[in-house]
Design a protein around this ligand. Structure first.
Ligand SMILES: Cc1cc2nc3c(=O)[nH]c(=O)nc-3n(C[C@H](O)[C@H](O)[C@H](O)COP(=O)(O)OP(=O)(O)OC[C@H]3O[C@@H](n4cnc5c(N)ncnc54)[C@H](O)[C@@H]3O)c2cc1C
Length: 397
């Protein structure tokens, strides 16, 4: 049996290991002390874990593989009813379910967002402001609904949304948002997403190396050498299931295709904090708080209660706050757990990496790639889909 090394134990690496275990002798390398990558949870009370990263899925048939594996592993998926509030400098500007008080304008906004925005998915040289200039979409709808949620889901600062290509925002909205209400369109795995990762691990025969950061990969005439923790191991093939720029930095002799594609991605650093005090979170509902001058502001903190929004069985509410790395909105004495994530930003550079995965794998010499980072939306399902596609390709080679 050929030896295959998978670098990266996030959902992409773990699902790939599950899929190719019959065909290869698999070793999974993970630099941290747990498997799951962004699918991580922290224990906040005896035996009760709360997610720090991935939580929700659109319930529109877009996450078929995530949901079908959850079902296969006996996990419950529940629709999320997530009331949300947008505030600027603590003043409520938008509250879901209650509307703005301008009935006709709200109807026009909803109609445009749901049906008109689709036609903007090819508008690479326009921005959100062109939408307002050209259509009847209200500025309030853009500033208080579209922009904050796009900032949250596309992992960029609020102010950056106004400079993004309109195609990026329009593509995200028309693919992932529900025709009639943004937040009723999602579901989640009961108890947290780490359970899905555990489902794969429990059913996979492999060697797992935790706390094993890979530091160099080189090809020689008949093997690929993996260096980690001052050791070296030979493999027939290697798969990177990590960020493309990190993969490039580990390659001793990248091919021209690898050099051209892998270095392109732009990233942003986000922090997820679990805490007990609500700060500016209203009622435990998802509250997006923007601080500072509206459109110029990068400072937005999104906070929700895990008991309120996801039914976690906790004695006391535990809040999650997501924010940019240069902000510290939570009192240090109140922090239960904190994690930092580097995520792709949806720029033209990043988009050029996405879509070249097949080419990269077809042209690459014994080293292959998979993961959400290579896909346009950076969603969980993208990671599993890319693992499925690669497992099929490996079967044919
Ligand atoms: C805060 C946050 C919330 C999110 N919420 C959602 C959500 O609700 N729904 C959704 O669909 N998507 C969500 N996403 C996106 C989702 O996390 C990703 O699409 C997906 O989880 C990425 O999985 P992955 O396996 O490709 O990468 P990762 O999860 O990043 O896994 C890569 C792994 O490789 C390891 N690694 C890196 N370098 C090395 C090395 N040199 N040697 C060994 N190991 C290494 C890392 O430690 C990590 O464990 C969220 C992302 C973040 C950051």
């Amino acid at each position: 049996m050929q030896k295959l090394a998978i670098i990266g134990g996030g959902i992409s690496g773990v699902s790939l290991a599950y899929l190719v275990q019959q065909q290869f002798d698999v070793t999974l390398f993970e630099s941290q002390d747990y498997l799951g990558g962004n699918n991580c949870s922290a224990e906040v009370e005896d035996g009760h874990k709360v997610p720090m990263g991935v939580i929700i899925y659109p319930s529109r048939g877009l996450f078929e593989n995530t949901l079908s594996y959850a079902e296969k592993f006996g996990l419950q998926c529940r629709p999320a009813q997530l009331p949300h509030i947008f505030c600027n400098n603590r003043e409520v500007k938008y509250r879901s379910y209650s509307g703005s008080g301008h009935f006709l304008r709200d109807i026009m906004d909803v109609a445009y967002l749901n049906f008109g925005i689709k036609s903007q998915t090819a508008s690479h040289d326009k921005t959100i402001d062109d939408l307002i200039a050209k259509t009847r979409l209200s500025r309030e709808c853009v500033d208080y609904l579209l922009a904050p949620f796009a900032a949250l889901y596309l992992s960029v600062p609020y102010s950056a949304i106004f400079g993004l290509p309109l195609s990026t925002v329009a593509g995200w909205w028309s693919t992932y948002c529900h025709p009639f209400h943004l937040m009723s369109s999602f579901s989640f795995i009961d108890g947290g997403n780490h359970r899905l990762v555990d489902g794969f691990i429990d059913r996979t025969r492999m060697t797992t190396r935790l706390n094993s950061e890979v530091t160099k990969i080189s090809r020689d005439s008949d093997a690929v050498l993996v260096r980690f923790a001052e050791q070296q191991e030979r493999f027939d093939r290697v798969v990177f299931a990590i960020r493309p720029d990190e993969a490039l930095s580990l390659l001793e002799d990248p091919t021209n295709t690898e050099l051209r594609i892998l270095g392109q991605i732009d990233t942003n650093t986000l922090v997820s904090t679990l805490h007990r005090r609500p700060y500016d979170c209203e009622n435990g509902d998802i509250t997006l708080n923007l601080y500072g001058d509206e459109r110029g502001s990068t400072h937005m903190v999104t906070t929700w209660g895990n008991r309120k929004c996801f039914g976690f069985d906790l004695k006391e509410e535990v809040y999650t706050s997501l924010h940019q790395a240069d902000e510290e909105p939570i009192d240090s004495s109140d922090i239960l757990a904190q994690r930092t994530f580097k995520v792709p930003v949806q720029t033209a550079n990043t988009a050029s990496v996405a879509g070249q995965l097949d080419r990269l794998n077809a042209e690459s010499d014994r080293i292959y790639y998979c993961g959400s980072y290579f896909c346009p939306s950076f969603y969980h399902e993208d990671g599993i889909n890319s693992a499925i596609a690669l497992s099929e390709m490996l079967q044919d080679t």
